[in-house]
Design a protein around this ligand. Structure first.
Ligand code: URP
Ligand code: ZN
Ligand code: ZN
Length: 480
C-alpha cells in the first residue's frame, strides 16, 4: 500500500509531459505512470500539472542587510517558500566573527535545521583572504561545494587576484563558484560623480550601474574562469550584453552557467521614479522591458539555465535605516544608502508560471528545467531533487494553470511590511506542495512541521564542471 497516490495528473518534467499518476512511499517516489494499487490517501488532481518541487538556489535567509533584525527566521521563510511551491532552498551564509569559512558553513547547516523543507548552504567567500581560499576543499567535504564571491560592495568584495586564486582552488577540488558580477571601480566612479552633481535620487540608481558595469565584470569573471579551467555560475544576470559573452563561452562548451531572477523579468526601472522607489533597490538594478525580453530569449535558447529568487526580505526599517529624514519627516533620497534586495522566494514560481508559461513565453517543461531540474543538477542534488522518477524524493507541486491569485501582501506569507509585486495578478498558481512525501501546503493551508527539512549534502557531477553540454546530454539517472 502506498502512502499517497496523486492521480489524474499531467506529469511534467524538464523533458516531457504525459497523463498519469505518481505514487509515494516513505518519502520517495515509488511509481510513475498508470497505477492501480491502493494508497492511504488518494488525491484526484483533475488533470492539473504535477511538476518537481522547485529548488530555489539563491536565497539570503536571515539577512538583515544594513539593518538589525531579520524579518524571518529559517522556519518562517521556509513556510513562505512552501506556499510558493519551493521544496528545497539554498541560502548564502556569511563568515561569522571568530569562525572560519568552513566553521561558519557548519554553524549555518545546524541553524537552518528548523526549516520545513530541505535546505543547503552556499558559503560567501568575503574579502581577499587567502585562508578562506585554502578552505574551499573543506566546503566540498561538508557538502557545500558552491560558494559565492562578490566583485563589488566595498565590505564584501574579492579583488581580482583573490578571484583567480579561488577559481584555481575550486578547479582542483570540484567546487563551483557563483559570482556577483558588477564592476566595483565603475560603480564607485558613477556614485562619486552623482554625489558631486547632486544626483542621488532613486531614479539615479540604475544609471549608476548601467549594463556596462555588469557586462565588464561578467567578461572579467569569464576570462578568469577560462584561464584557470574553473566552471562558473554567474548569478542574477540582467542584461543582453552579458548574455552575448555567455553565449560565446557556451558555444565553445565552456561550463559557464547563467542565472536570472523573476524581478528582472517582471519589474522595470521606471519603478525608481516613484517617491517610494527605494523599495525596489537591488543590485544589479531593475532594467528595461527590452532587457527583460532578451532574458526571456536567453531562457528559451538555453544560455540562461537557472532561475533563483535572490530573496532578501528587508522591512522598511531595514531598507531605510541608513537614510536621513528631513525636518518634515520625509526620507532624503540617497540611493547609495538603501539596503539592497527584494523578497521573492514565495513569488518566484507563481511569477514564472504566470509571466512565463501562461503568457506563452516558455513551456511548462522549460519552467521545470530552470526552477527545479537544472538547479538540482548544477547545485549537486540531482536526481534526488528536480525529477519525477522512481527513487527521487517525493517533492512535488500541483499547478493550476487557471487559478488567478493577486499578489497582495495578505496573500503572501513573507512577513513583510510592503509588497514589491502589489497590483500583479498571477494566472496559474501552485495549489499543493508536497515535500518528502507529505502534503505541506493544501488549499492555502500550511500542514508541514518545523524541522522536517533535511540538510542537502551536495556533490557536484564532474562532467558538469567540465563542459556546458553535459547539462543537456548526461544520461538520465535514477536515484535508486
Ligand atoms: O540586491 C541584492 N541582490 N541583494 C542581495 C545580495 C546579492 O547581491 O545577491
Ligand atoms: Zn549578488
Ligand atoms: Zn543574492
Amino acid at each position: 500500500m502506498y502512502d499517497l497516490l496523486l492521480k489524474n495528473a499531467v506529469i511534467t518534467t524538464a523533458r516531457e509531459s504525459f497523463p498519469g499518476s505518481v505514487a509515494i512511499k516513505n518519502g520517495k517516489i515509488a511509481a510513475v505512470g498508470s497505477i492501480t494499487a491502493a494508497a492511504e490517501r488518494t488525491v484526484d488532481l483533475g488533470g492539473k500539472y504535477l511538476i518537481p518541487g522547485s529548488l530555489d538556489g539563491h536565497v539570503h535567509a536571515m539577512s538583515s542587510g544594513m539593518g538589525e533584525h531579520p524579518v524571518n527566521d529559517y522556519y518562517r521563510l521556509s513556510i513562505a517558500a512552501a506556499f510558493g511551491g519551493v521544496t528545497s532552498y539554498l541560502s548564502f551564509v556569511e563568515t561569522r566573527p571568530g569562525m572560519s569559512l568552513s566553521e561558519s558553513a557548519a554553524y549555518y547547516k545546524a541553524a537552518m535545521g528548523e526549516s520545513v523543507i530541505d535546505y543547503g548552504v552556499h558559503p560567501i567567500l568575503t574579502g581577499s583572504s587567502n585562508e578562506a581560499v585554502e578552505e574551499i576543499p573543506k566546503l566540498v567535504a561538508l557538502g557545500c561545494p558552491t560558494f559565492k564571491m562578490f566583485m563589488t560592495y566595498a565590505d564584501s568584495m574579492c579583488d581580482d587576484a583573490t578571484l583567480v586564486r579561488a577559481f584555481k582552488k575550486a578547479a582542483c577540488c570540484g567546487a563551483l563558484p557563483m559570482v556577483h558580477c558588477e564592476s566595483h571601480p565603475l560603480a564607485v566612479a558613477a556614485d562619486e560623480e552623482n554625489a558631486q552633481n547632486g544626483r542621488l535620487q532613486w531614479s539615479d540608481f540604475p544609471k549608476s550601474k548601467p549594463p556596462l558595469v555588469e557586462a565588464e565584470a561578467f567578461a572579467r569573471a569569464t576570462a578568469f574562469a577560462q584561464a584557470t579551467g574553473c566552471p562558473l555560475i554567474v548569478v542574477h544576470t540582467t542584461v543582453k550584453e552579458a548574455l552575448e559573452i555567455a553565449r560565446r563561452a557556451q558555444a565553445a562548451d565552456y561550463p559557464l552557467y547563467v542565472e536570472t531572477c523573476p524581478h528582472y523579468l517582471t519589474l522595470f526601472e521606471d519603478l525608481y521614479e516613484r517617491e517610494d522607489g527605494y523599495r525596489w533597490i537591488c543590485s544589479p538594478p531593475l532594467r528595461t522591458p527590452q532587457q527583460a525580453d532578451a532574458l526571456w530569449e536567453g531562457i528559451r535558447d538555453g544560455s540562461i539555465v537557472l532561475n533563483g529568487s535572490d530573496d532578501g526580505c528587508y522591512t522598511l526599517e531595514n531598507k531605510e535605516c541608513k537614510l536621513k529624514r528631513s525636518a518634515d519627516g520625509k526620507l532624503v533620497p540617497d540611493y547609495r544608502k538603501v539596503t539592497n534586495g527584494l523578497p521573492g522566494i514565495e513569488t518566484r514560481l507563481p511569477l514564472m508560471i504566470s509571466e512565463g508559461v501562461a503568457k506563452g513565453r516558455i513551456t511548462m517543461n522549460k519552467l521545470v528545467d530552470i526552477t527545479a531540474t537544472s538547479p538540482a543538477k548544477l547545485y549537486g542534488c540531482y536526481p534526488q531533487k528536480g525529477e519525477i522518477a522512481v527513487g527521487s524524493d517525493a517533492d512535488l507541486v500541483v499547478v493550476d494553470l487557471t487559478k488567478q491569485v493577486p499578489l497582495t501582501l495578505e496573500n503572501l506569507h513573507n512577513n513583510m511590511d510592503y509588497n514589491v509585486y502589489e497590483g500583479i495578478i498571477c494566472t496559474g498558481f501552485p495549489t499543493m506542495t508536497i515535500a518528502g512525501g507529505k502534503i505541506i501546503v493544501e488549499d492555502g493551508v500550511f500542514k508541514g512541521s518545523k524541522g522536517a527539512g533535511h540538510f542537502l549534502e551536495r556533490k557536484l557531477n564532474p562532467e558538469l564542471l567540465k563542459r556546458y553540454s553535459a547539462l543537456r546530454d548526461l544520461p538520465e539517472e535514477r536515484a535508486v
